[in-house]
Design a protein around this ligand. Structure first.
Ligand code: NAG
Ligand code: NAG
Length: 271
């Protein structure tokens, strides 16, 4: 089992905070100013273990919402990543699974410092956009794609760390939660925990959203801290997000497409 990637995506309210040096991909909102997104993680298991069922429901919800793009939160190809550009797992776990027309949109995902990272696969499926540390700028929100693996201390001390290519990875002295709060980040979306979950920060408006149920699931454990667990589902599924300049709405779905939990938040008028 390779649990090597803890990916985070954060959305901030203003474009001003985007460091100029990160690659920026532009994504236009719809004509009505909204942006609709699906997020799924921990999925690549050749369609088995409910991956295909989740994919089918993503296709249906994706069509209803007319999604603009999909965020893949990591741990994409079980159990060991891709062996090379010819690895059939890419077709078996991605191209051949997420076949719905509504899912033929950009799939943004973060490349890990994994030796078997996936950028070359863009060639065989143009949807697959996998880079290291980048920003998707969508006018009403910015999405920072960051591999948070280096923030997991044991990954630096574990002998298995030889698997990773740490070159170019910044020191991890400044932990991520401080950065999120300092920059007024609204949402943090991650995978790697094999569940669906929403946690509200106790000391800021930040929401932690876990969408790690693309196939791997049934972890059976979660550890609430001082923050409030709004929702937890120990099973497969995915998440949708609808953003406008003034409001965020999210929903979590199970393998049958049943809505398990929704949440909405309007921005205070003067922020
Ligand atoms: C698939 O999903 C159903 C419904 O949640 C669940 O009962 C079943 O155990 C899942 N199968 C696997 C292999 O995870
Ligand atoms: C990898 O782990 C070994 C053993 O714990 C440690 O000595 C080494 O510094 C680690 N390498 C990195 C790049 O963290």
């Amino acid at each position: 089992m390779a649990l090597v990637m803890l990916l985070l995506i954060v959305a901030v309210a203003t474009a001003a905070a985007v460091p100029a040096e990160l690659p920026r991909l532009e994504q236009s909102p719809k004509a009505d100013g909204s942006l609709t997104i699906l997020a799924v993680g921990d999925w690549g298991r050749h369609g088995e273990f409910n991956q295909s069922r989740v994919a089918t429901q993503m296709g249906i919800v994706g069509e209803k919402m007319d999604v603009d793009f999909i965020i893949s939160t990591g741990d994409n190809f079980y159990s060991d990543g891709l062996s090379g550009v010819d690895d059939k797992a890419f077709e078996d776990s991605f191209t051949g699974i997420y076949t719905a027309k509504s899912l033929h949109k950009p799939w943004y995902t973060e490349a890990t410092p994994w030796r078997r990272s996936a950028p070359p696969f863009r060639k065989s499926d143009s949807r697959w956009i996998c880079k290291k540390s980048f920003v998707v700028a969508a006018e009403i929100a910015d999405f920072f794609f960051v591999d948070t693996t280096p923030f997991v201390v044991k990954y630096w001390t574990d002998p298995k760390n030889s698997t990773y290519d740490w070159r170019g990875v910044a020191p991890r002295e400044t932990y991520i939660a401080n950065l999120l709060e300092a920059h007024g980040v609204d949402l943090y979306i991650n995978g790697h925990d094999h569940c669906l979950e929403q946690i509200s920060s106790s000391d800021s408006p930040l929401q932690y959203l876990t969408s790690g149920g693309g196939s791997k699931a049934w972890g059976g454990v979660y550890t609430p801290g001082a923050d409030k667990v709004e929702f937890f589902h120990d099973g497969q599924g995915f998440m949708s997000l609808r953003l406008t300049a003034m409001e965020a709405r999210l929903a979590f779905y199970d393998v049958a497409g049943t809505v398990l939990h929704t949440w909405a938040h309007a921005k205070p008028a003067h922020s």
